[in-house]
Design a protein around this ligand. Structure first.
Ligand SMILES: [Fe+2]
Ligand SMILES: [Fe+2]
Length: 164
């Protein structure tokens, strides 16, 4: 793996970890406001993103590259409502899709076929991530009154991902 590609992989591994921290901060944002369903949703996502980060870091070691973690900016979410949170999450996932695509472009340019295969899972993953975050924005937009929001919060994890 070329040093350029290894550096780009390291950046993406850390981006996944930063995304995990972002979801964790949003879980606490939701918990503070007694949105139990959204707390669960964002906690689950924090764990999923940590798994992504681990897969990237492990891939680096599999390719005999050193791992470097951080730095991460401090997070104090100051969103006023769930719609702002949902839009931010959707924008974040779209940005992550662009980052994965750039990494794939680099793997093609470097003729690193193994990296290309590894990244295909993430290209597919990002389609799902954009889909659920888009659905999140739609559902929160529709829940304009307190009653609707209460019901959405109760069912949001099941609405987006089905029964576990
Ligand atoms: Fe991810
Ligand atoms: Fe994600």
């Amino acid at each position: 793996m070329s040093p350029t590609l290894a550096a780009a992989f390291t950046a993406q591994a850390n981006r996944e970890l930063a995304t995990s921290l972002l979801y964790r901060s949003l879980a606490y944002w939701a918990e503070l406001r007694d949105y139990n369903g959204f707390t669960q949703l964002f906690s689950d996502q924090a764990e999923e993103e940590e798994t992504h980060a681990k897969q990237f870091f492990t891939y680096l070691t599999d390719r005999d590259c050193a791992v470097s973690i951080g730095p991460f900016e401090s997070l104090t979410p100051a969103y006023t409502d769930l719609l702002a949170v949902s839009k931010a999450v959707h924008a974040h996932e779209r940005a992550n899709t662009r980052a994965i695509h750039s990494l794939y472009e680099l793997a093609i340019a470097e003729k690193d076929f193994a990296c290309q295969v590894f990244l295909q899972t993430y290209i597919t993953e990002q389609v799902e991530e954009e889909a659920w975050t888009d659905s999140l924005v739609e559902r929160v937009s529709r829940s304009a009154c307190a009653g609707a929001l209460y019901n959405l919060d109760r069912h949001i994890v099941k609405d987006l991902f089905g029964e576990k």
